[in-house]
Design a protein around this ligand. Structure first.
Ligand SMILES: O=C(O)CCC(=O)C(=O)O
Ligand SMILES: [Fe+2]
Length: 378
């Protein structure tokens, strides 16, 4: 029965592919900020050079350096044209502006342990009783695993292609560079991040709505508290509304500058686990956009990657690099969580758990997840 349904769906998809859907209502991105801000000076990785072994060795050295300094870098020449990227942002915007409240409710996540479908605004605690003003729509990389709102259905093929693109043309090449940086066989991390296995690597559309002056004051303009990402590598499709800041090793928050059709890449907790602290999860937050962009909504498109659910989060101690520099463990190998445990516990706790001020670090709050200290930064 399932088989018959799949064949029928494939047939329909095949015939529909001759009739491309109408363009989504165009999302016109606002101009970049002209404010004089302190920007982080991030490396630019030209991914078109990853097609040869020599190219990959050179890029791996750049990535190791970028990870040791800011923990963030740009990727350019990733294979999507500006037009393709613009169209994905239009589809992302349609997800929020083209679906009414009732339908959104029907496509909300069913569990606090996994991001799926819509997350309405005001579900995460920020500060002083103020909740977030962020709406998001999370799509598992296997896009057709779930149903989607009517407005998105004409674009599922494009979202599917986008998910594949992120996974195979961006995530995997980056994981190869990270493995090379540890002098591991190239596919060591790729093999732990398959497309087919059970897991929650996802595309996410995200929209931040401007907040009231009272909310801005109570939260000191913080829209999304300082954090590290739950997964391994986060791919952020650069967009012009500022607000993203990274915490540099010198303790200063610096802005991330928009670059047209570039990707902003950062490491999450899972890379810290798997790579024994060699690529530390990077600390970042989102604040109110700069003065000349105040009042604008802020639309984001992401690919949040995680290891396959059954991967045990222990370091690759066979790495010659880790043998030389030493391994930093977040917990003992015996107690290390699986990817599935880690993502579920982190997701349940996010924005709802009671955080405890750190006794060691100023401006840091902590919680314990799967026996590991998770920090939040103010
Ligand atoms: O909106 C952004 O630029 C960053 C969002 C973010 O850090 C996250 O969702 O984990
Ligand atoms: Fe993040």
């Amino acid at each position: 029965m399932d088989m018959a349904r799949t064949v029928l769906r494939r047939l329909i998809q095949f015939f529909l592919s001759f009739y491309p859907p109408p363009a989504p209502p165009p999302f016109v991105a606002p101009p970049v900020s002209n404010e004089d801000l302190e920007y982080a000076d991030l490396a630019i990785i030209d991914l078109s050079k990853a097609s040869t072994e020599t190219g990959r060795q050179a890029l791996a050295a750049q990535v190791v350096k970028a990870m040791a300094t800011h923990g963030f870098f740009y990727v350019i020449n990733h294979g999507y044209t500006q037009d393709q990227t613009t169209r994905i942002f239009s589809i992302a915007n349609l997800t929020f502006d083209g679906v009414d409240a009732e339908e959104k409710k029907a496509y909300m996540g069913q569990s606090g342990a996994v991001y799926e479908g819509y997350k309405p605004r005001q579900t995460w605690r920020i500060e002083d009783g103020v909740q977030d003003q962020i709406e998001h729509y999370n799509v598992n990389r296997q896009v057709r695993k779930r149903e989607h709102p009517v407005a998105l259905r004409p674009y599922l093929q494009e979202i599917e292609a986008f998910s594949h693109h992120n996974h195979f043309n961006v995530l995997h090449p980056i994981l190869r560079l990270l493995a090379l940086g540890l002098e591991l066989p190239e596919d060591t991390l790729v093999d732990q991040h398959t497309f087919e296995a059970a897991g929650e690597t996802s595309v996410r559309f995200m929209k931040y709505y401007p907040r009231s002056e009272a909310e801005e004051q109570l939260t000191k303009k913080v829209w999304l508290k300082g954090h590290t990402d739950i997964g391994s590598v986060t791919i952020l499709w650069s967009q012009p509304v500022g607000g993203l800041q990274i915490l540099s090793p010198d303790g200063a928050w610096r802005w991330v500058r928009h670059m047209d059709n570039a990707l902003v890449i950062n490491a999450g907790d899972v890379l810290t686990f798997l790579c024994g602290g060699f690529y530390p999860a990077t600390r970042h937050r989102v604040v109110q956009p700069p003065a000349d962009q105040v009042g604008l909504p802020r639309l984001g498109v992401f690919y949040f990657s995680m290891a396959d659910d059954d991967v045990k989060l222990v370091p690759h101690e066979e790495s010659p690099v880790l043998k030389r520099v030493g391994i930093e463990r977040l917990c003992s190998d015996d107690e290390a969580p699986t990817m599935e445990e880690w993502r579920k516990n982190r997701t349940i706790a996010y924005g709802s758990s009671q955080l405890i001020p750190s006794v060691r670090e100023k401006g840091v709050e902590e919680e314990i997840i799967s026996g590991v200290v998770v920090k939040h930064y103010n």
